[in-house]
Write a protein that binds this ligand. Structure first.
Ligand SMILES: Cc1cc2nc3c(=O)[nH]c(=O)nc-3n(C[C@H](O)[C@H](O)[C@H](O)COP(=O)(O)OP(=O)(O)OC[C@H]3O[C@@H](n4cnc5c(N)ncnc54)[C@H](O)[C@@H]3O)c2cc1C
Length: 469
C-alpha cells in the first residue's frame, strides 16, 4: 500500500490539497497544529450579535461554488473603496483622478520614462506606474505600512498586488451597477474576472465555507497535531514526526510559513535561505458604533505615515448581517513589529487611539455613537514582505522547494500576497505536480484503495467532523 501524503495545516490550502488528492485516489493525512480547522478563515460572534472575521474577509461566488458552499452564501450587493487624501475621502480608483496633480504626474511619467528598462525596486515601479505625486502620497505610504520596509528596499513584484487597469475597473464597476452585485475587482490573478464573479459571504461565518471540503475528508484531519519535523533522506522527503511519532510518507504538502520550514526540515539545508524571509505582523482592532455607513465606503485607505491605521473597514456596509440592525463595526488594520510600541499597547489604548483617528477624519460627533471595543487580534504573521534582498530566492522557491516530494502551498506557504480564490486554484494546480511525483496517475486507478484503510494501517484515526469543525 502506498505511503500517505502528509499535509501540514487545515486552512483553506491544506483542506483543498487533501480533498484534491483524495479525488485523485491518493491517501492524505492532514496535521493541524491548532484546535480547529480554518486557519485564517475564522470568524466569531460576540454576545451582542457582532460578527468578526480574522481581519475583514470578502470571497467570491466562484470560490464558494468550487468549495460546494454556494447554497449557504448570501450575495453581497455593494463593495467599494475610498482613499483619504489631504483629509478628504476620494473614491478608489476613479475619485483619485479628480486630483489634477495626480493625473498630470501620471501622464508625465508615462511619457518620460519609457526606455528605462525594468524597474529596480517597488518605489521605482510605483513612480513609473502612477507618477511621482500619487506614488509619494498614496502608493508608497500604503505599501510601507503593510510591509514595514521602505519602498526602495522592496521588489518591484509588489506591484502584482495592485488592482486592475482603469479600463478594466470601469467595466467591472459598470457591471456591478447593472447587476446590483459586488462584482470582484482585483481579487484574483489566477482566474478571469467579469460580471459573473461577485462577492458572497457564508451564513454563519467564514469557517462554514470549508465544511463541505472537511466532510469529503472523512476523518483524515488530525487536530492539535503540529508536525515537528519533516525528515529528508538523500534529497527526498521520507517521513514526518508529529507528537513524537514518526509517520513514513510519500510526499509532504506544507501550508506553514516558509520561514518555519528550515527549522522543521531535517536532513538537508536546501531551505536555509527561507529562514530570512519576513512576514509583517499586524493588529486588527474592532470598534462598535450605533448607526451605519460611518465610512464613505466599505474600505478606506489612509496613506498617511503619521496615522496609526492604514486601512479602515466597515464590513456591514457590504454585509449588513455582520452587525445587529442599526449598529456597525469598523476594523482598523495596524502594521507593527512584534514587541514594538504599537504591539505592546493595551487593548484599551489601541481602541482609544483608533477612535481618535476616526474622529479626526470623520468628525468628533462619532464619539457619541461609540459603543465600545469589540476586541483586538494580534498576529505575528500577516503579509509576506517582498524584500529585494531575497527576491531571487523567492522566485526560485516559487518554482520548487529544492527538496523532492516537498511542496509548499497557500498564502504563507507560497509566500505570496494572494487571497482565498487564488489559494484555492493554485493549490489544485499544484496537486498535478504532487500526483506526478508520487506516480498518482497510476495510483488513481488502483482498485479497492480506501483512505480509512490507509490511516488505520499506519495507526492513525482521524478527527471527526464535529471535532474538526
Ligand atoms: C488581514 C487579512 C485579510 C484578508 N482578507 C481576505 C479577503 O478579504 N478575501 C480573501 O479571499 N482572502 C483574504 N485574506 C487571505 C486569506 O485569509 C488567506 O489567503 C487564506 O485563508 C490562507 O489559507 P492557507 O490555508 O494558505 O493558510 P492558513 O489559513 O494560515 O492555514 C495554515 C494552517 O497551518 C497550520 N500549521 C502551521 N504550521 C503547522 C505545522 N507545523 N503543523 C501543523 N499545522 C500547521 C496553522 O495552524 C493553520 O491552521 C486575508 C488575509 C489577511 C491576513
Amino acid at each position: 500500500m502506498m505511503k500517505p501524503i502528509a499535509v501540514l495545516g487545515a486552512g483553506l490550502a491544506g483542506l483543498t490539497a487533501a480533498a484534491e488528492l483524495k479525488r485523485r485516489g491518493l491517501p492524505a493525512i492532514v496535521f493541524e497544529a491548532g484546535r480547529s480547522v480554518g486557519g485564517m478563515a475564522a470568524s466569531f460572534k460576540d454576545a451582542e450579535g457582532f460578527s468578526y472575521d480574522y481581519g475583514a474577509h470578502f470571497i467570491s461566488n466562484r470560490l464558494a461554488k468550487a468549495l460546494g458552499a454556494e447554497d449557504i452564501c448570501r450575495t453581497v450587493r455593494h463593495y467599494g473603496e475610498a482613499v483619504v487624501v489631504n483629509g478628504r475621502s476620494r473614491s478608489h480608483p476613479f475619485g483619485l483622478m479628480l486630483e489634477p496633480r495626480y493625473v498630470a504626474s501620471a501622464l508625465k511619467s508615462r511619457f518620460a520614462r519609457r526606455d528605462e528598462g525594468p524597474a529596480r525596486h517597488a518605489e521605482d515601479w510605483m513612480r513609473r506606474s502612477y507618477g511621482d505625486a500619487m506614488a509619494e502620497e498614496v502608493a508608497m505610504p500604503l505599501v510601507e505600512a503593510w510591509s514595514g520596509a521602505p519602498a526602495c528596499e522592496l521588489s518591484p513584484s509588489v506591484g502584482e498586488k495592485f488592482g486592475n487597469s482603469i479600463f478594466k475597473s470601469l467595466y467591472l464597476n459598470a457591471a456591478a451597477k447593472v447587476t446590483q452585485r459586488a462584482v470582484c475587482n482585483g481579487y484574483t490573478r489566477t482566474m478571469p474576472e467579469g460580471a459573473g464573479v461577485y462577492h458572497v459571504y457564508p451564513e454563519g461565518g467564514l469557517a462554514k465555507l470549508l465544511e463541505p471540503t472537511l466532510r469529503k475528508l472523512n476523518g483524515a484531519v488530525r487536530l492539535e497535531s503540529p508536525v515537528e519535523r519533516i525528515l529528508v533522506d538523500k534529497g527526498r522527503v521520507v517521513a514526518v514526526r508529529s507528537g513524537g511519532a514518526e509517520v513514513p510518507v510519500s510526499a509532504v504538502i506544507s501550508t506553514a510559513p516558509v520561514n518555519v520550514l528550515p527549522r522543521i526540515v531535517e536532513g538537508t539545508d536546501a531551505l536555509a535561505p527561507m529562514a530570512a524571509f519576513r512576514y509583517r505582523p499586524m493588529m486588527f482592532v474592532n470598534l462598535r458604533f450605533s448607526g451605519r455607513a460611518i465610512l464613505p465606503d466599505t474600505m478606506v485607505w489612509v496613506p498617511d505615515r503619521s496615522q496609526l491605521s492604514f486601512r479602515l473597514t466597515e464590513a456591514p456596509i457590504s454585509m449588513p448581517w455582520l452587525a445587529p440592525e442599526g449598529k456597525t463595526l469598523i476594523t482598523f488594520d495596524i502594521g507593527c513589529e512584534k514587541g514594538d510600541a504599537r504591539w505592546s499597547m493595551s487593548d484599551e489604548d489601541l481602541a482609544k487611539a483608533c477612535l481618535d483617528q476616526l474622529c479626526a477624519i470623520y468628525g468628533e460627533e462619532l464619539r457619541a455613537r461609540y459603543l465600545g471595543a469589540g476586541g483586538t487580534i494580534r498576529t505575528p504573521i500577516s503579509y509576506p514582505v517582498y524584500l529585494k534582498a531575497y527576491e531571487e530566492q523567492r522566485l526560485r522557491f516559487g518554482q520548487s522547494t529544492g527538496v523532492q516530494g516537498l511542496y509548499s502551498v497557500g498564502r504563507n506557504g507560497e509566500f505570496a500576497h494572494i487571497l482565498m480564490e487564488d489559494v484555492f486554484w493554485r493549490t489544485i494546480r499544484r496537486m498535478d505536480d504532487v500526483a506526478r511525483y508520487v506516480g498518482g496517475t497510476e495510483a488513481g486507478g488502483r482498485p479497492g484503495f480506501s483512505l480509512g484503510q490507509g490511516l488505520s494501517a499506519i495507526g492513525l484515526g482521524g478527527a471527526s467532523l464535529t471535532q474538526a469543525a
